[in-house]
Design a binder for this molecule. Structure first.
Ligand code: NAD
Ligand code: IPM
Ligand code: MN
Length: 352
């Protein structure tokens, strides 16, 4: 039994999490997985009503009582500084020490890429984003805010321990999945302290994996190469902020944010799963939100929790939906969030 905490959050979060849950329940009815859900109310509404962002009790329960957390999205214009979103999302990533943010970039149907690929080429990249350091620690401060003499400092932080463990995770993933190449994206030329550490640690660890090709790229060039030659990339590892940007770029190569799932992991089995996209305020209530990123995140959840068969079935159902034209408007279709979710769920439940 996989105990799953649902944190639908804001905007389209509840709309896409509803479909992800439907699909997991369909996998359960077909006998591929056994799940139990509890929904948490945290998000902008809850924050505005109670003043609580996440809260110690909820944090402790999410840490102790569940095998996995499935998040929709957090972010709401009524909370302009995003305080609740940082507390909830970064609070869980940091608080649970989920140091690997795995963001697969896979071309699931060839028409979905805006690029011209050769017949023999495809896109299948695992982006491993560091998830507990960099610019995201909140280190820094402001002096004289709101005045003409305002000073703002945000410090990026890298520790040898933190870089070592995530780089190692990237090489281990490459080995486990039979991939051939690991690329580091950094900015060691312009920002030598943090990215110099990254580069040294990366090259040291690369020596322990002689069967894998290891390469370093400045991230600006890497962004360009990703667009020109996406098929040559395999595993990409990067610091938190760079990985955030690269993963949206990657999503853009294979159909956009509506199709991009992610897993936040600590490699001991704990995990938080979420679409890469945000709360998409422009789509709320329109039925146009693509639930596939959330559904594919649920498949990652299933896989990490020992239900590989359920994960395979869900991914195959998403692929069949894409090929049958069961798509939301972001992918050129005219189906609603719920229609896509129901179609995938029925396909999974058929169990053939
Ligand atoms: P966004 O991902 O919400 O939207 C970017 C664009 O992608 C929009 O045009 C949107 O319509 C589209 N899009 C996103 N998800 C989609 C889906 N499932 N189907 C179809 N189209 C989709 O990013 P944003 O506009 O920069 O941010 C909006 C809010 O979400 C902000 O408050 C931001 O901080 C927050 N945010 C949260 C997360 C998260 O919870 N993990 C991630 C990113 C942004
Ligand atoms: C993401 C988002 C978050 C991040 C924001 C909402 C804090 O962009 O999950 O990619 O930067 O990590
Ligand atoms: Mn992002």
């Amino acid at each position: 039994m996989i105990r799953i905490a649902l944190l639908p959050g804001d905007g389209i979060g509840p709309e896409v999490v509803r479909e992800a849950r439907r699909v997991l329940e369909a996998a359960e009815s077909a006998g591929w997985i056994s799940v139990e859900f509890e929904t948490f109310p945290h998000g902008a509404d809850h924050y505005l009503a109670t003043g609580e962002t996440l809260g110690e009790d909820a944090f402790a329960r999410l840490r102790d009582d569940f095998s996995a957390i499935l998040v929709g999205a957090v972010g709401d214009s009524r909370v302009p500084d995003g305080a609740h979103a940082r507390d909830i999302l970064l609070g869980l990533r940091f608080g649970l020490d989920l140091f690997v943010n795995l963001r697969p970039v896979r071309l699931r149907s060839r028409d979905l890429t805006p690029l011209r690929l050769a017949e023999s080429e495809t896109i299948d990249i695992a982006i491993v984003r560091e998830n507990t350091e960099g610019f995201y620690t909140g280190s820094g401060g402001s002096l004289r805010p709101g005045t003409a003499h305002e000073v703002a400092i945000s410090e990026s932080l890298a520790t040898r321990y933190g870089v070592d463990r995530v780089v190692r995770a990237a090489f281990e993933l490459a080995r486990r999945e039979g991939r051939r190449r690991v690329t580091l994206g950094d900015k060691a030329n312009a920002v030598p302290h943090v990215y110099g550490l990254w580069r040294r640690v990366f090259l040291e660890i690369a020596d322990e994996y002689p069967e894998l090709e290891a390469e370093t790229r400045y991230v600006d060039t890497l962004a360009m190469e990703l667009v020109r030659h996406p098929a040559r990339f395999d595993v990409i590892v990067a610091e938190n902020l760079l990985g955030d940007i690269l993963s949206d770029l990657g999503a853009g190569l294979v159909g956009g944010l509506g199709l991009a799932p992610s897993a936040n992991l600590d490699l001991s089995g704990r995990g938080l799963y979420e679409p890469v996209h945000g709360s998409a305020p422009d789509l709320v209530g329109s039925g146009a939100a693509n639930p596939m990123a959330a559904v594919l995140s649920a498949a990652m959840l299933a896989r990490e929790n020992g239900a590989a068969e359920a994960a395979d079935r869900i991914e195959a159902a998403v692929d069949r939906a894409l090929h049958a034209g069961i798509r939301t408007p972001d992918l050129g279709g005219d189906r609603s969030t719920e229609e896509v979710g129901r179609w995938i769920a029925e396909d999974v439940a058929r169990g053939d």
